[in-house]
Design a protein around this ligand. Sequence first.
Ligand code: PLP
Length: 373
Amino acid sequence: MTSNGSAVPMTKSIPFLDLRIDSEPLRTELLEAVQDVFRHGRFILGPEVQQLEEELGRYCGRAFAVSVNSGTDALYLALKSLDIGPGDEVVTTALSWIATANAIALTGATPVFADIRPDLNIDPDSVRQLISSNTKAILPVHYTGKICEMDEILEIATSHQLHVIEDASQAFGASLDNRRAGSFGTVSCLSMNPMKVLAACGEAGMVFTDRAEIDARLRSLRYNGMVDREVCTEPSLNGRMDTLQAAILLRRLKYVGPVIDARRRIAAQYSEHIARFVDVPSERPNQRDVYYTYTIQTDRRDELQTHLETAGIEVKVRDPILMPDQPAYRDGVRGSFPTAGRLIDRLLCLPASERMTPDDVDYVIQHIQSFFR
Ligand SMILES: *Cc1c(COP(=O)(O)O)cnc(C)c1O
C-alpha cells in the first residue's frame, strides 16, 4: 500500500527539475512578450526593464531595484557599491553556491566563513565570534529558500556598524514575520536564473536598496562605471539585464504565487510521510519558506541516493563541498564551521519542482519508506 492507500505504481521517471515550458498558454504568453520586444527593438534597458525593476522593488518592499545580468553580478556589484575591497573582510556562511564566496573574493576582500545551524542557515553566534577590526559586512544566504535569523544578524550588524548584504537568490517570495526576502539588507541580491523560484529563460539578477546614492552607484557600476554615457568614474563591467529577460520575467512574476504554493504543498506532503525516517526541513510559525530545494538529512545519504536513482528518481547533492573547502579557498581560510562539516555529507535534495503531481511525490515517498523498512 502507498501512503495514500493506492496500489504500488509502475516504475516512473521523476526528473529533479524540468525546465521545459510546455504549457501552451504560458508559451504563447511568453512568445508575445518576446515579440513586443522585437517590435520596439530596445534590447538593452528597454521599457520592460524599468517595469520589472518597479514591480520587483514593490514586491520586496524596496525603494530601488537595479536589474543586472546574473545573481553573481548582483552580489559583486552590491559589494562594490558599498566600497568593499582589498583589506576588508566579509563574514558569510560556509554553505552556499560558490558564487557567494567568489563575489567577495573578486572585489579583493576576504571571505570569512561562519558555521551553520541545523536549518542549514548561517549561525549568528558564529558570525559574532568571527568579527574583527577588518570586518566590513555580513553576507547571509537564505539557503534552500528559508530566511536566516535576520533579527540577530541585523542586531550584530548594527552593534558593530557593519553592512548586511543579503543573498536572497534562493528565497524569492519567502518571508520572515511577514517581511519578504530581499527586504533585509543594506543591499539585497537576487538571482533569477532558470532554476530559481522566479525564473528567466537565461541569466538575470536584481539588486535592491533603499538608498538613492547606492542606487545611482549600482547603475553606474553595472555599465562600465559610466555616468551620463560619457564619463567613466571607476572601472567596472557590463552587467545589464537583457530586455528580453525582463519581458519574460514580468509575465512569470504573475504566476509566482501559485508556483510557491505548489512547492509548499509538495514539501508538506513529503514532510508528513518521511519525517519518521529522515530529518526534514522545519518551519517555525513566523517563517514562510519557498523550498528552492527540499533538502533532507540522513546518515545513509549515499545509499539512499543510489536506492532512489535505481527507482528512476533523480535526486541531487547540491553543494557537495563547503565553500571554504574548495581548492580556490582552502589555503589560509579564516573561519570555523564544525556543524557545516558534520552536516555536509548528510544532505540530499529531493525532486520538488512545482510541476510534480501528488502521485509523483507519493512515488518518491514510497521509495524512501521502502528503503528504511
Ligand atoms: C543561484 C545563486 C547565486 C548566483 O546566481 P546566478 O544568477 O546563477 O549568477 C548566488 N547565490 C546563491 C545562493 C545562489 O543560489
